[in-house]
Each structure stands twice: as structure tokens, then as C-alpha cells.
Design a protein around this ligand. Structure first.
Ligand SMILES: CC(=O)N[C@H]1[C@@H](OP(=O)(O)OP(=O)(O)OC[C@H]2O[C@@H](n3ccc(=O)[nH]c3=O)[C@H](O)[C@@H]2O)O[C@H](CO)[C@@H](O)[C@@H]1O
Ligand SMILES: C=C(OP(=O)(O)O)C(=O)O
Length: 416
């Protein structure tokens, strides 16, 4: 199994190009199932989840021609309306084929996505919404079996805000008969990116980015060209890494308007931040100040940045509280950060962190995607060598992270 070996104590310096967003690319790839025409995507990140989605769509019969960060998807000859367990278990976003398959073909068989280290992550809201649109759904042997003659527009109010739930029902609504209204919808930029791609394909959608999305069903979508938005979580991860190491870097091809809360927290920690179009520069002189945070749906602080900020707080001046309100088990990185000497205590959904001037290198194990990123950041500020095991989590959602960090001056290499 591959690991990362990190030698701590080097400040990040230089420029890094931000990749396309995992959490926008995956739903947008699923949108290719909604038309028999070609969907041409650019700015696709080179990472495992994107490759897994390519394989999942291919086994359904989608023809895919991949290029450098681009791919053309043609779902004109789909012959298998199924997402099997062995693919869904490695990537939760596979549940996003359910809405498109059902609305275009009237049938879908999708494995229930398993719980992962960050919480139980049910899909009851996806199922309830599709049932409200007239789908008949039963669960058997771990699979969701869904059928519908033609989905009917409906008014659906989410009990709680769900990003992929909103995306699945938005895709279901575009080919449904009549109008679908999603209330208490997720406002994440990735939902807006998906809506913009669907609109380019001929869908009629209003309100994406607000908590009420209205979808006017049409009979068919057509092909389109679309560029996936930059990854705000990758952007945030590099910015925090720069802040934690007392570095000075510039992100290129980034979108500051999707990062308001993260940039505010970094400023509060003492970072100097400048935004110039698609460039975001950060400079941190000395040790960051500890910052309190509370995760919540967009536009509040993202749960996908919680672990990385926790690593920064571990070496910051002062103490801080980090409250996780989205996932019930997203503190798995804490015991690994403690191996590096971090002083963190957990009380329910709150972590209390006493900043230390120095962490010490150690062997640690990655437990999920962003937990892995937090261990990499902690390793870069720890004294001596840190070995991060189980980096397949990291490879799911970061494009060439060790190459990008090395180019910024980090001492990091992949070992067997
Ligand atoms: C591929 C993708 O885009 N993943 C993101 C997406 O995950 P994902 O879409 O899975 O997360 P959700 O927004 O659905 O989850 C929010 C909360 O709702 C709960 N819930 C969700 C659906 C449901 O049917 N029932 C239910 O109870 C979840 O357990 C969680 O507690 O949003 C999360 C929250 O910003 C991010 O951390 C993930 O990176
Ligand atoms: C939790 C994440 O992803 P996923 O929903 O794909 O597990 C993430 O991107 O941090």
C-alpha cells in the first residue's frame, strides 16, 4: 500500500494551479446520462473518483473518449441501468446516477451507498423525493430498485439540506412532466455548476444557488460543452497549508467567490489575502492565531475544510473550538493528529484544541479524504518525518497533491 513520507519544517512558496472540482465533476458526469447526444466536459480533475465514475458510466454503456482534463460522454446506447455494489461502495457520488437513469429510462437499480468513516450518510431524502415524483421504489438485497412511467413534477421540501439529494432531484426534474420545486435546497456552488451545465443542455432551471430551485420539465436534453468549476476545497486546502507553514503562495484558476467563509477565517488567523481575478494570494508571517469554527451548509463554513483547519489550529497561538454539525463522526483525524502531539479533546460534536508551537513527526493513518489532507498539513509543520498511511483516500479527491506540494517547496514523496 502506498504512503506519503513528509519531512516537516519547510514553508510553502510559489504558484499552484487549482484543478476542477471533484464535487462538481461527479454530478456533471452523471448528467451525461440525461441525453443521447454528446456532452463534452473540460477542466475534469485527474483523480480516482473521476476514474471510478468513468468506469461506472462505461459499464452502463456510455461511450467515453478521454483527453487531457477533458472527456466526451455519449449515453446514446446505454443498455444497463445499474450501479453495482463494488463501484458504489468506493464512491458515494455514484448515487447520482439514480435520478438521471430513472427520469430518462424509467428504471434504475443502484446499490445503497455504504456508510463511511464520517457518518452513516443515509439516502432517504433522495428516495422520498423520487417517490413524491411518482417513482415506485423498493430496497432489496442492498439495492434501490426504482421504476416510473414518467416522473411527475412535484413540490419537495427537504427535511434537512442535502447536496447530492438536491442534485439527484434536480436531474430527475429536468425530464419530468411539469414543474418540480425543491425547497430547503442546498446552495453549494457545485449545485449551481451542475444547474448551469444542465441549462447548457437545454434544461429549464431557476433559482439554483438559492434555497428554492424550480425546474420546468422538458421532453429531451441535447449535447453541450461545459467547463467544470475550480475546486474550492482543494483551494482551501492549499491556503491552509500555506498559512500553517508560514508560507506565501498564489493559487491560479481559483474562484474566491466560492471561498468567502474560508478566506475570512484565514484572515482572522492572521493571513494576508489578496484576490485578483482568478488568483488568490496568501502570506502568513509567523504562527497563525487559533480560530473557532462551526461547520454548516453553504454559505457557512464547509465541513470539507474542518479537518484541515484543525491541523492549523493544532500549531496556532491560543486555543480554539471546532464544532462539526453536518456529520456525526467527522473527527477521525483527531486521534491521528494526537499522535503528532496535537492537544485536542473531543466533547460531543466539539473539538477543543490547545495550540502548540511544535508538532513531532510520527506514523499516522488516513481515515477519509479530508482527514488525509489534515495529516499532510500537520506533517509539513511537524519536526522530523511523518508517514501517512492509507493515502488511497487522498487519491480519491486530490489531483497529484504531492507533486503540487513539492513544486511549492514541501518535502513530500510517495513510498510503497
Ligand atoms: C459528492 C459530494 O458532493 N459530496 C459532498 C456532499 O455529500 P452528501 O451530498 O452526501 O452530503 P449531504 O449534504 O447529503 O449530507 C448532509 C447531511 O444530511 C444527511 N442526509 C443526507 C441525505 C439523506 O438522504 N439523508 C440524510 O440524513 C447526511 O447524513 C448529513 O448528515 O455534501 C457534503 C456536505 O457538504 C460534503 O461533505 C461532501 O463532500
Ligand atoms: C466527503 C467528501 O466526499 P464524498 O461525499 O465523495 O465522500 C469530501 O469531498 O470531502
Amino acid at each position: 500500500m502506498q504512503k506519503l513520507a513528509i519531512q516537516g519544517g519547510y514553508r510553502l512558496k510559489g504558484e499552484v494551479k487549482i484543478s476542477g472540482a471533484k464535487n462538481a465533476a461527479l454530478p456533471i458526469m452523471c448528467a451525461s446520462l440525461l441525453t443521447a447526444d454528446a456532452l463534452h466536459l473540460s477542466n475534469l480533475p485527474d483523480m480516482h473518483d473521476v476514474k471510478t465514475m468513468v468506469r461506472l458510466l462505461q459499464q452502463m454503456g456510455v461511450r467515453i473518449a478521454s483527453g487531457d482534463q477533458t472527456a466526451t460522454f455519449n449515453a446514446g446506447a446505454v443498455d444497463k441501468l445499474e450501479a453495482p455494489y463494488d463501484m458504489v461502495k468506493t464512491m458515494r457520488a455514484a448515487i447520482l446516477v439514480l435520478g438521471p437513469l430513472l427520469t430518462r429510462f424509467g428504471e434504475a437499480r443502484v446499490s445503497l451507498p455504504g456508510g463511511c468513516a464520517i457518518g452513516s450518510r443515509p439516502v432517504d431524502l433522495h428516495i422520498k423525493g423520487l417517490q413524491a415524483m411518482g417513482a415506485s421504489i423498493h430496497i432489496e438485497h442492498g439495492y434501490i430498485h426504482a421504476t416510473a412511467k414518467r416522473l411527475q413534477g412535484a413540490r419537495i421540501c427537504f427535511d434537512l439540506i442535502s447536496v447530492t439529494g438536491t442534485e439527484n432531484l434536480m436531474m430527475a426534474g429536468v425530464l419530468a412532466e411539469g414543474v418540480t420545486v425543491l425547497e430547503n435546497a442546498a446552495r453549494e456552488p457545485e449545485v449551481v455548476d451542475l444547474a448551469n451545465c444542465l441549462i447548457a443542455m437545454g434544461a429549464k432551471i431557476e433559482g439554483a444557488g438559492s434555497d428554492k430551485i424550480t425546474i420546468f420539465g422538458v421532453d429531451a436534453l441535447h449535447g453541450a460543452e461545459y467547463a467544470v468549476m475550480p475546486d474550492r476545497i482543494e483551494s482551501g486546502t492549499f491556503l491552509v497549508a500555506a498559512a500553517a507553514t508560514g508560507g506565501q503562495i498564489t493559487l491560479t484558476g481559483a474562484r474566491a467567490d466560492t471561498l468567502d467563509n474560508v478566506l475570512d477565517k484565514l484572515r482572522e488567523a492572521g493571513a494576508l489575502i489578496e484576490v485578483d481575478g482568478e488568483r488568490i494570494s496568501i502570506a502568513m508571517n509567523g504562527r497563525p492565531r487559533a480560530v473557532n469554527l462551526r461547520t454548516a451548509p453553504y454559505p457557512a463554513f464547509p465541513t470539507d475544510m474542518q479537518a484541515q483547519f484543525m491541523a492549523m489550529n493544532a500549531i496556532a497561538e491560543g486555543s480554539s473550538k471546532v464544532v462539526e454539525t453536518i456529520f456525526e463522526n467527522r473527527f477521525m483525524h483527531v486521534q491521528e493528529l494526537q499522535r503528532l502531539g496535537a492537544l485536542i479533546e473531543i466533547e460531543g460534536n466539539t473539538a477543543v484544541i490547545q495550540g502548540r508551537a511544535q508538532l513531532e513527526g510520527a506514523n499516522v493513518m488516513a481515515t477519509d479524504l479530508r482527514a488525509s489532507a489534515s495529516l499532510v498539513i500537520a506533517g509539513m509543520v511537524a519536526q522530523g518525518e511523518t508517514i501517512v498511511d492509507r493515502i488511497y483516500h487522498l487519491d480519491r479527491g486530490y489531483e497529484h497533491i504531492e507533486a503540487k506540494l513539492s513544486a511549492l517547496g514541501a518535502k513530500i514523496r510517495r513510498i510503497q
